[in-house]
Design a protein around this ligand. Structure first.
Ligand code: NAP
Length: 510
């Protein structure tokens, strides 16, 4: 690090823009080296730890978070301007997520044990005994997002799933909430101590220089990266991960417009549809990666009424404080730019004061949408765009032309079933999660959830960053050929000492 540069930085009060007390260290290459070497030194011991012990660690972290929840919520509120009730809910979600991964690890299903029964008499060649399981990939770097300072940050889904898999974790703390990150890291450190496990299993690095994240992604001892954030930042770090002498998996959960298709019968059937839409697009001040950013509707009298109701609701919205000054400035400049383009109608809420922004609803038609491919880019904040299509054929063609998204939503009734059937294959191809007659903003943490999708929603469309399946990002398969029982890992022993589910010759058995 340049000796002229400051060695500490301060968190910012999101409401006032003023620095908050407590200085945080600016970590750099030296700290990345130390943390990555220490993580590598404990990686084997940690991946070979029993499932029960790893589950216990995850539960201990959850309990520590709950004990410290008041302090964490108070600090996160100042750093992010998110309401305390929402942050308390996020503590619950983060703790539940950790406990879900404890359940996943306890079940042993993550080993994905598969057996091919040998056949020494097979002609022309004997069939060997092959057994396969998954093992942890090694130390993982995690970048949390600004908009979920708990559930997608220091002890969020990436950290929980990586620890569950048996990977040591190094978190690059987000500059928008360093105090929150520090408090959460202390909970993880306390849990490691309580479980008598090495502290090197988890490290938080902080700093306001992009060089820190870049050093982490390119460090030879880092074997995988979990990233939640912007398309620009995620793509830059993804490229670095692929350009390494040893490229590594990079799971980036990036931006999405979450297209929503509304068929006329749904507008007739649901009198509060416009209200629900505005509530979803302004939830968390529009700072949800699952915000419905573009709504496709058919040109009809009921659609016109839907649009006018939504515009009326937008005019009544309060102004909003966004997470950071940078996010506010980007939101304002992108909204102003879009508002100045031709063929787009703009409705704003009341005039925003200094540090707040106005929710905005744009309306255009499919002709202008096609002429302006830049409107397919996410604007992070309380803004959405309604596109009126000439007819269903026009809507169908547009659905086929969209880039990847985290979600795709369809509003329809039995009356439109034929049209719904025609839209669904297109929506499956662009999104990780399809929502029917609902709104995409909430993301349930469970066994079946998929939070991902084709690029730019994520950099790896074959994975999810939320839910039990997220653990598989940090595991890789190993096949064992002809190993004697005494040398096989427990998950593959004929005696099945872990009591886990295994697949034998393509059939699942106990
Ligand atoms: P961000 O600005 O990309 O920051 C994310 C993290 O990456 C931060 O730690 C940031 O460092 C770091 N970073 C960004 N660019 C970098 C670069 N070029 N080199 C090194 N480090 C870099 O994103 P954000 O503001 O936290 O989050 C908002 C965005 O995230 C929105 O677009 C939203 O849709 C998306 N998001 C996606 C999901 C999802 O699951 N798909 C969930 C939540 C949010 P600094 O701390 O130094 O800025």
């Amino acid at each position: 690090m340049n000796p002229q540069e400051p060695t500490t930085f301060y968190a910012v009060n999101a409401f006032t823009g003023e620095p908050l007390p407590t200085a945080f260290p600016v970590h750099g290459e030296q700290e990345v080296n130390q943390a990555a070497s220490a993580a590598q030194n404990v990686a084997r011991e940690f991946r070979q730890l029993s499932n029960a012990k790893r589950a216990s660690l995850l539960c201990s972290i959850a309990s520590e978070l709950e004990v410290k929840s008041e302090e964490i919520v108070a600090r996160a509120h100042l750093e992010t301007a998110l309401p305390e009730a929402r942050l308390s809910g996020e503590i619950g979600r983060t703790a539940n997520q950790l406990r879900l991964f404890a359940e996943v690890v306890s079940s042993g299903n993550h080993h994905q044990a598969i057996f091919d029964t040998p056949n020494p008499d097979r002609q022309p060649l004997p069939k060997p005994d092959i057994r396969r399981q998954q093992i942890a990939i090694g130390p993982v770097a995690v970048f949390g997002a600004s908009n979920f300072p708990l559930a997608f940050s220091t002890a969020g889904g990436d950290t929980a799933s990586a620890l569950a898999a048996g990977c040591p974790v190094i978190v690059k703390g987000h500059t928008a909430h360093p105090g929150t990150s520090q408090l959460v890291a202390e909970c993880i450190e306390a849990a490691l101590e309580k479980e008598c496990l090495p502290q090197a299993i988890f490290t938080l690095l902080q700093g306001n220089k992009r060089a820190l994240g870049q050093a982490l992604v390119t460090h030879p001892k880092i074997k995988g990266v979990g990233f939640t954030g912007s398309v620009g930042g995620g793509r830059a770090l993804f490229n670095l991960a692929q350009q390494r002498p040893e490229p590594i998996p990079f799971y980036g959960e990036l931006g999405a417009i979450n297209p929503t298709f509304i068929l006329p019968s749904a507008i007739r059937a649901n009198a509060s549809l416009a209200e629900e839409f505005v509530a979803s697009m302004t939830l968390g001040c529009g700072q949800f990666c699952t915000k419905p950013g573009v709504i496709f509707v058919l040109n009809s009298p009921e659609t016109q009424a839907f649009i006018e109701t939504a515009q009326g609701l937008i005019r009544q919205q309060s102004t909003a404080t966004l997470l950071t000054q940078g996010i506010r400035e980007t939101y304002e400049s992108e909204v102003d730019k879009r508002a100045s383009e031709t063929g787009i109608n703009v409705t704003r809420s009341e005039q925003a004061e200094a540090t707040n922004v106005s929710p905005v609803l744009f309306v255009t038609d499919s002709k202008n949408w096609r002429k302006n491919p830049q409107w397919e880019e996410e604007i992070f904040g309380p803004q959405s765009l309604i596109v009126t299509c000439e007819d269903f054929d026009d809507m169908l063609k547009l659905s086929d032309s969209l880039a990847g998204s985290l979600t795709a939503t369809l509003h329809a009734t039995a009356e439109d079933e034929e049209q719904a059937k025609q839209l669904l294959p297109s929506l499956e191809e662009i999104a990780g999660r399809l929502v029917f007659n609902g709104w995409p903003t909430g993301v349930e943490v469970g066994y079946a959830m998929v939070h991902g999708g084709p690029y730019p929603a994520s950099t790896n469309s074959a994975s999810t960053s939320v839910g039990a399946e997220a653990i598989h990002r940090w595991l890789r398969p190993v096949a064992y050929q002809a190993l004697p029982e005494s040398l096989l890992p427990d998950s593959l022993k004929a005696s099945n000492p872990l009591g886990i589910q295994r697949a034998i010759d393509g059939r699942v058995s106990q």
